[in-house]
Design a binder for this molecule. Structure first.
Ligand code: COA
Ligand code: MG
Length: 334
């Protein structure tokens, strides 16, 4: 067999040109690619059968089968082989979800073995999550190993890559990392799609005290969004670890969406719908955007440039924002 099948990709195909959506990957901007919404990104520990069996009943946009920090060191091999079995057997239905695997970091010394096992399955995941990317060289290592482990077994479409920034060094290097990821995306077997902010490791690294309000992370969050968007990547916000506090989760999710994040990491099924609602355009926003675009087209036909819509002067950034809202609504409301 020369090509790998995908666990769920075909279910995610959606029509439309998302080149102008500010959250699409920027590796080949002239070629619009299918946009994979990742509003709620759920970790499922790869060694936990009970949680793995829950997947078909969960509505998260992206399921991350975890080999990294959700799995104890003594259970790594068990997690790898269970994940390989999940992919290979197709017993668990991922329809409509982005199926991903989080391998261990390049520096952990565990990543190669994770990749070897995961890539030996005849059905590949859609996406790989690579944690603790601290330098562009980590991506070079990853691309080389991915290429050689895949060998002639090329995926039909490149794997999507989601990278984590979770240290002070990584944050300082983030533009160079994204730049390298974008270069590699043109001929490596992956396409860089998103940046995740790993806040707990980041707090530990800089010596910050973690709070539910996350004021200590404001600068880092804004920086991550800014860099990700500069490279036209999705930006995934921090985990709200107090998973029983749904009111606090709602506040933080809305805050993250308002800052420009496109999604949020979740650790418990109870968090999914709160996060998805916060990261979906509200109906009144969609209605506003439809009206604005219609008014813009009418004014264009009359040869008028600037105009007023519902009391506000409309300029190009607002028009682009309105288009983004409609495109995001089109992919998330199906
Ligand atoms: N994925 C799939 N199912 C999950 C789940 C997850 N991440 N978290 C909980 N569930 C399931 C439980 O198995 C349980 O199902 P059951 O009643 O059939 O057994 C149900 O949802 C309710 O779970 P609950 O009893 O409230 O929580 P718990 O004590 O089983 O688990 C955590 C709590 C935090 C340990 C668990 O949510 C978890 O492991 N989350 C992932 C943590 C992680 O990966 N961290 C690293 C990334 S930051
Ligand atoms: Mg982490």
């Amino acid at each position: 067999m020369n090509t790998f099948l995908r666990v769920s990709r075909s279910m995610l195909c959606r029509p439309g040109n998302f080149a102008s959506l500010s959250t699409t990957s920027g590796c080949q901007e002239s070629e619009p690619r299918q946009y994979i919404p990742r509003r709620a990104v759920l970790y499922v520990p790869g060694n936990d059968d009970r949680k793995l069996q829950k997947i078909p009943s969960l509505s998260a946009d992206c399921i991350v089968l975890d080999c990294e920090d959700g799995v104890a060191l003594s259970k790594k091999q068990e997690a790898r082989s269970k994940i390989r079995h999940v992919l290979e057997s197709q017993e668990i239905d991922f329809s409509g979800k982005d199926c991903s695997v989080r391998v261990n970091s390049v520096e952990s010394g565990l990543c190669e073995e994770d990749l070897r096992e995961v890539l030996s399955a005849s059905h590949l995941p859609d996406t790989l999550h690579l944690p603790k990317v601290d330098s562009p060289q980590h991506l070079d290592w990853f691309a080389d190993h991915l290429k050689s482990l895949l060998g002639s077994h090329k995926p039909v479409e490149p794997l999507r890559l989601v990278i984590f920034t979770e240290s002070a060094t990584s944050l300082l290097e983030l533009p160079a990392i994204c730049h390298r990821g974008r270069e590699l995306s043109t001929n490596a077997p992956f396409v860089l799609d998103a940046v995740v902010f790993g806040s707990d490791d980041f707090c530990a690294d800089i010596g910050a005290t973690r709070t539910n309000e996350a004021r200590e992370l404001l600068y880092a969050r804004q920086y991550v969004v800014t860099v990700a968007k500069a490279f036209k990547l999705q930006a995934i916000d921090l985990v709200y670890i107090d998973y029983k506090d749904l009111d606090g989760l709602k506040v933080q999710s809305e805050e993250g969406a308002g800052m420009g994040f496109t999604g949020k990491q979740v650790i418990h099924p109870g968090q999914i719908s709160v996060v998805q609602t916060a990261f979906s355009p509200r109906p009144e926003k969609v209605e506003w955007a439809r009206g604005l675009i219609q008014a813009f087209e009418e004014h264009q036909q009359q040869g008028k440039g600037a105009f007023t819509y519902r009391g506000h002067m409309i300029d190009m950034p607002l028009l682009l924002q309105a288009r983004n809202i409609l495109q995001m609504d089109a992919v998330t409301s199906k």
